[in-house]
Write a protein that binds this ligand. Structure first.
Ligand code: FAD
Length: 471
């Protein structure tokens, strides 16, 4: 499968740009001849094979300002790299400049104010580790290796989102280097339009160098459900789960996966890698809340293959599935928002899962609502506040010979689910490359025009245009 995301053709005087960057940055500037070039251009998804002219490994905001200034002078295609986990590989571009923030680490927690400021190269695992020292958390993604940057700028689904909202809903402020090279603070009070865009529509507004989050009391232990059901009962379990999810309190975030049984010591070895239905739910309620009672309807959906529910450290929960998505393997993920999950939609999901190309491939149904839906529909650029579910079809494989089969499966399953979709797609699970233009309406809905306006105001010459038009 070719990597179809075309860079805008622009002849870049690579040597002159490299010279300019090397004379102004403290971080490393990596060109095509550098021994670390292949490592610097690699992202999490092994399907992505792009060859940038230069990677500017920024050491801090001042380096980002210099990189943006150099980009203004030489006008390369620009991509911005946070954690490098976007499935579409949009952190890297062909023949352009990668502004790489992945080495910008550091989290400062203010326990009294219940806030944390993190630099843009931090991953959720690194972030949670620091905030959990104080039994505090900002709702993050479900895989600890994912970057806080891209995930938050696209919205941010996580295990406790119905209790605390999307990751972007906990943003207090951001430091952004805009296309004119100015360092700005965006918050509700300062640059409010930039702050609005950053929460769900944050690609292409500039380079965000740090994120300030409000923190919520959580942990160190959280109660969680993880029940494995036999695949033969998939439709029945899905229907029962849907009905239980509909009445779950906001302290509970339910999730269902059609996937392979993990090689967990709590599950008989003969079941490992067989298809199953995994019912998960996390309790984000305050101490003293009856977590067991709140979670019981998720736990009691019929006789299970295995019940691994219990109380786990929040940090362990956040990292529990990271090993199942190794770096460098091949992936494709594409999703629908849904207002309902009717019986026909359930049948279609199970039918398509049964045709999955590899045991690594899965379908995830996440439940929104709760705190996600309590934010006003136009309060942030995230355009899907009223959706009740997000269904993500995630192909994973290793052998390049399977590229067409695996991607074809995910696209066909996505097409089959289209009649049940609300018409919306999540930018962080939005396919690969050729979908970017076509999906814009689905990703940003009625916010697209306002976003365009904001981008034009802060980037009239379109320095970040290609970054804005990638998922
Ligand atoms: C295994 C796996 C699990 C995932 N789980 C979840 C999940 O639980 N919930 C969820 O919501 N999503 C999830 N995602 C999707 C994830 O949100 C996106 O992949 C997200 O873009 C990752 O952020 P990143 O910084 O690692 O990405 P990158 O690939 O570095 O960046 C992604 C995009 O954001 C832009 N960007 C990144 N950093 C900046 C910045 N500092 N300033 C401006 N623009 C920037 C880039 O230009 C790029 O377009 C998952 C992805 C993977 C691979």
């Amino acid at each position: 499968m070719p990597d179809t995301e075309a860079a805008m053709p622009r002849a870049v005087p690579e040597e002159a740009l490299a010279h300019e960057l090397r004379s102004s940055l403290h971080g490393e500037v990596i060109d095509r001849g550098h021994p670390g070039y292949d490592e610097a251009r690699a992202v999490w998804n092994g399907l992505i094979d792009r060859h940038p002219a230069l990677v500017a490994r920024c050491s801090g905001t001042a380096d980002v300002v210099e990189a943006v200034r150099a980009a203004r002078k030489f006008r390369p295609v620009v991509s911005v790299r946070g954690g490098g986990h976007q499935v579409a590989g949009s952190a890297v571009c062909d023949d352009g400049l990668v502004i790489d923030l992945s080495h910008m680490k550091g989290v400062h927690v203010d326990p009294a104010a219940r806030t944390a400021r993190a630099r843009a190269g931090v991953t959720w695992g690194e972030f949670d580790r620091e905030t959990q020292l104080y039994r505090l958390a900002a709702p993050g993604g479900e895989i600890s290796a994912t970057g806080i940057a891209g995930l938050t700028l696209g919205g941010g689904f996580g295990f406790v989102m119905r209790t605390f909202g999307l990751s972007c809903d906990s943003l207090r402020s951001l430091t952004v280097v805009t296309a004119d090279g100015t360092v700005r603070t965006a918050s509700r009070e300062e640059e409010p339009e930039l702050f609005w865009a950053a929460r769900g529509g944050g690609r292409g507004i500039g380079v965000v160098t740090s994120f300030e989050f409000d923190l919520h009391p959580l942990g160190p232990e959280v109660a969680a459900v993880l029940v494995l059901h036999p695949y033969e009962r998939a439709e029945e379990v899905l229907r029962a789960w849907r009905d239980a999810a509909a009445v779950a309190p906001d302290t509970v975030t339910p999730e269902l996966l059609l996937w392979s049984v993990p090689a967990d010591p709590g599950v008989p070895a003969e079941l490992h890698r067989a298809s199953c239905v995994m019912v998960g739910a996390v309790h984000g309620g305050p101490p003293g809340d009856d977590a067991a009672a709140a979670l019981a309807p998720q736990r009691e959906l019929g006789p299970p293959l295995a019940d691994l529910s219990g109380t786990v450290p929040y940090v362990a929960l956040q990292g529990a599935n990271t090993w199942r998505f190794p770096d460098g393997e091949r992936y494709f993920m594409k999703s629908h928002f849904m207002d309902d999950l009717g019986d026909e939609a359930v049948r279609t999901l199970v039918d398509w899962y049964s045709r999955r190309p590899t045991p690594e491939s899965l379908i995830v149904v996440r439940t929104l609502g709760g705190a996600v839906a309590r934010v006003g529909p136009d309060d942030s650029a995230f355009a899907h506040r009223s959706a009740r579910f997000n269904v993500s079809i995630d192909a994973g494989w290793q052998d390049p010979a399977l590229d067409d089969t695996a991607i074809g499966w995910a696209r066909s399953a996505w097409d089959a689910m289209k009649p049940f979709s609300s018409g919306g797609t999540y930018v962080n699970f939005a396919g690969l490359g050729e979908d970017a233009g076509e999906l814009r309406g689905a990703v940003f809905g009625s916010h697209e025009e306002r976003l365009e306006h904001t981008r034009a105001a802060y980037d009239p010459e379109g320095l970040f245009r290609s970054a804005a038009y990638r998922p």
